[in-house]
Ligand binder design. Structure first.
Ligand SMILES: [Zn+2]
Length: 229
């Protein structure tokens, strides 16, 4: 709490521990960054994300490729920082994580590039409340590394769903069912969907399906953190 306040007042302090940042550090200090449970590389991260989706959504085909930076544990420092990014209006944290995510996707190097990079849409009322969509900030920062156009006009969020945190897996699926619909604009062939945290994957799966309905032939997924049950 105090660290969060300090970060808002003095942006040159670490968003995790509140310590003054060294010149070469951005947003999060090296010591906090080292405390994150990071995947060793693109391949390991893709395998973990595929496995999480297969467990929670065995009926759905896996995404074309998948990438995740960190494993997220309850009450660890990363959770605090991601919470601050989402609800505390700390826009630059989205840029910090988005660039790293873009670099990891680029390291995977399996696709020639993406025709579109799509953030998970936030309902407009939530956007007003939070002032920005953190997934869009992450997507724009990832796109600055990867190239490709950020498209927020392909999928609409028509229901303001309950926050997924705290809901059972069955309720989560029901909560997002029909929440995302194609806008009617044709999606390009190869799309990268970007989000902050994947828990059961219900949101990501629902948006991927909407993108496929809109005509995308190859949808990949990139998220900052994978929550473990
Ligand atoms: Zn720190």
């Amino acid at each position: 709490m105090l660290e969060g306040l300090l970060h808002l007042l003095y942006p040159d302090v670490c968003a995790g521990c509140g310590r003054l940042l060294e010149e070469e550090e951005k947003e999060v200090c090296k010591s906090c960054t080292r405390s994150f449970d990071a995947f060793s590389g693109f391949g390991a991260s893709e395998a973990a994300l595929f496995e999480a989706l297969r467990r929670s959504h065995p009926e759905c085909p896996p995404p074309g490729s998948a990438c995740v930076l960190y494993r997220f544990h309850k009450s660890d420092r990363l959770q605090d920082i991601l919470h601050r990014m989402k609800y505390g209006g700390v826009f630059r944290l989205g840029v910090f994580f988005g660039r790293r995510l873009g670099e990891m996707v680029a390291d995977g190097g399996r696709t020639p590039g993406f025709d579109a990079i799509v953030p998970v849409p936030l309902h407009r009322l939530r956007r007003i409340e939070r002032t920005y969509n953190q997934s869009e900030v992450i997507a724009r920062a990832a796109a600055s590394v990867l190239g490709g156009e950020v498209r927020t006009d392909l999928v609409l969020r028509r229901k303001d769903t309950l926050p997924q945190a705290g809901l059972s897996p069955v309720r989560r699926k029901r909560n997002v069912a029909d929440a995302f619909v194609p806008s009617g604009r044709p999606a390009p062939r190869s799309v990268l969907l970007v989000d902050d945290v994947l828990t059961t994957g219900s949101t990501a799966v629902a948006v991927m399906q909407a993108l496929e309905t809109a005509g995308a032939g190859h949808v990949s997924l990139a998220v900052v953190a994978l929550a473990t049950a």
